[in-house]
Design a protein around this ligand. Structure first.
Ligand code: TYD
Ligand code: MG
Length: 455
């Protein structure tokens, strides 16, 4: 019989090495490689080709399936991100930085689901019962019928779940759980993989929904291999700036609903409050019209969202001017600076550029291009746009402006919040609310000339 071979796996990217090394070849990270015992592959080690398996029944595509059973948490922001409520027997991974509020969110979710009649078990491997009870009191949830366990041994957790048959179990966190058939430390790749596999299998077999909490490494990936993300049905990230009270729950994968949907929360002294009108909140911090500040009419998931972009342009004291971005893609910023220079002759050489999305939100839409360009120009020329103006549109490398999706919805949201002018790409038959003065632009040169009065 072949000898079982120990492997050395990178904790960060999951690359398997034959021997230990200080630096991983896969991701280049230092000190991430740990020794791990091989996974057991069952009693027979013969190749599969030599053995007969059983024949699998095949089906055609036309069969009628009922839509999956869903339960609403009566927390609209959470329900929307889940695609309309919690799907029975689904496995969900919730990732986020330590301290961002995952345990708070999930204790609130556990209480909500328990109050609408689900049997909910909350397993914590991180905190003592007293701590969780204190949090429950602070959140005013102490009377919710949630069953609590503090345990890290997966075997005991599974035995308990098998006996209790809950509708929903929350595991906080997957990095603290420990499967005793895998010989490596909790939080290692094989442990995280084994724990996630056991729990998702349990979910499918017993009709229990499982929510796994996963910590995120400093560069924003869920610790442990990507393989966990493939195992589960839904991956949600809980994000936000530490100093800000806003928290965004973002679906990055959802087998049961649209990905890219977001839910907006505000961290208060008594837990997370849902923000049902995020545009008003994101704009409420806005001061008087200032150079460099522009309101972008965006779409997050299925919902329009207005946010303020802020740019600062200042003479640089170094040979290599700074390009600093918070809440947007740095590569996309460089592209816009290059288009401004190449197509309009407006150079940012020798100038430091800072770009910030207000409120700690992160925007991924190319539709923000024109708003970013406006903020940069407004900061550089020291000309403020009128306070009642919103901007959106995608910029191509040629300097042309492209129409973007859901233009009417963006305009409607702007109108609702009191905006009266919209600077947008030209599109035939575009009709906004009558209150809005539409300024349609064909390209960046025309835009610069009209809005900033330059050639
Ligand atoms: P927590 O849910 O423990 O974060 P995680 O599980 O992601 O590590 O939340 C931690 C932070 O939230 C902590 O710094 C305190 C803050 N917080 C509030 O501001 N209000 C509250 O009601 C609660 C429970 C926590
Ligand atoms: Mg926690």
């Amino acid at each position: 019989m072949a000898k079982a071979i120990t492997t050395f796996n990178c904790n960060k990217c999951g690359t398997v090495h034959k021997k230990w090394a200080g630096r991983c070849d896969g991701c280049g990270e230092w000190n991430t490689i740990v020794e791990e015992a091989p996974l057991s592959t069952g009693p027979s080690k013969k190749s599969l080709g030599g053995m007969r398996g059983k024949k699998i029944p095949l089906a055609d595509l036309s069969g009628q399936e009922a839509p999956p059973a869903r339960t609403s948490a009566k927390m609209p922001e959470l329900d929307r991100v889940l695609g309309g409520g919690l799907v029975e027997a689904s496995a969900i991974l919730v990732g986020g930085d330590p301290g961002i509020g995952k345990s708070t969110l999930l204790l609130q979710a556990a209480a909500s689901f328990a109050r609408v009649g689900l049997k909910v078990i909350y397993v914590s491997g991180e905190e003592a019962k007293a701590q969780i009870r204190m949090r429950a009191q602070r959140l005013n949830l102490a009377d919710a019928p949630v069953q609590l366990a503090t345990e890290t041994n997966l075997r005991d957790v599974l035995t308990t779940l098998e006996a209790e048959k809950p509708d929903l179990v929350i595991i906080d966190s997957v990095q603290t759980m420990w499967a005793d058939n895998v010989e490596s430390a909790p939080g290692s790749v094989s442990q995280v993989r084994a724990v996630s596999h056991e729990l998702t299998t349990f979910a499918k077999r017993n009709g229990t929904s499982v929510i796994l909490v996963g910590h995120v490494t400093k560069d924003g990936q869920i610790a442990g291999p990507r393989v966990v993300e493939h195992m589960v049905d839904t991956v949600l990230y809980f994000e936000g700036e530490r100093g800000h009270q806003f928290r965004i729950l973002r679906a990055v994968k959802n087998r049961f609903g649209p990905a890219d949907e977001i839910g907006v929360f505000e961290m208060t002294g008594t837990g997370l409050a849902e923000v049902t009108n995020p545009s008003a909140l994101f704009l409420s911090e806005r001061d008087e019209p200032a150079a460099g500040s522009v309101v972008f009419a965006g779409i997050e998931g299925t919902r329009p969202l207005l946010v303020e972009l802020q740019a600062l342009v200042a003479p640089s004291s170094t040979a290599q001017p700074r390009r600093s971005v918070i809440g947007w893609d740095a590569g996309r910023l460089s592209m816009i600076l290059a288009v401004l220079e190449a197509r309009c002759g407006i150079s940012f050489a020798g100038l430091d550029v800072y770009l910030n999305v207000a409120g700690g939100l992160r925007i991924t839409e190319p539709a923000a291009d024109l708003a970013v360009a406006s903020a940069l120009l407004s900061a550089r020329e020291d000309i403020a746009l009128p306070a009642d103006t919103v901007v959106f549109g995608e910029l191509s490398l040629s300097g042309a402006l492209r129409a973007v999706g859901q233009m009417e919805n963006r305009l409607k949201e702007a109108e609702k919040l009191g905006f009266r002018t919209a600077i947008v790409p030209t599109r035939s038959k575009l009709s906004g609310p009558p209150e809005i003065n539409l300024r349609q632009m064909r390209d960046l040169i025309g835009f610069v000339g009209e809005v900033f009065g330059a050639e």
